[in-house]
Design a protein. Sequence first.
Length: 40
Amino acid sequence: MSRFSCQLGEIIDSQALKADALHHRSDVIATALVAVALKR
């Protein structure tokens, strides 16, 4: 979803869509960190 939002944001030159892509990416990172923390 992050890649799609980023690519579409570039195509249509939308700062909001590019920001949404960063939001998706940060959600993935946060979820991965929580998963790692729960396994310990």
